[in-house]
Design a protein around this ligand. Sequence first.
Ligand SMILES: [Fe+2]
Length: 112
Amino acid sequence: MGQGSMGMGSELNVVFTQDNPGHWQSLMQLHVPNVSVSGDQLSVVTPHPMSEAHYIVSHTVVLENGQFLDRRTFSWQDQPASKHTLPAGYSGKVIVTSTCNQHDFWVKTITI
Ligand SMILES: [Fe+2]
């Protein structure tokens, strides 16, 4: 196979997704961020409980071609939800990450 599939293999248990949850498979549904778009507003919610011992640390949003858009950091007393303003008229990929302090780095990609 080509280099692309080798790249995915090298990310096993490093970068987690719905389709590639690695050793956290049983915890996947709590960690994949839900992403929705309304107009220029991107909403991200991670369906994960928040406690001092175990919480979502941050969300980041990156656009097509690696263009950084925004980052939000959470404390355990926050809700793991964030809103971000897209560039006017944006269409293309949006890559959203959600990081858990115990269960690593999760990525959800949508195309708008
Ligand atoms: Fe977690």
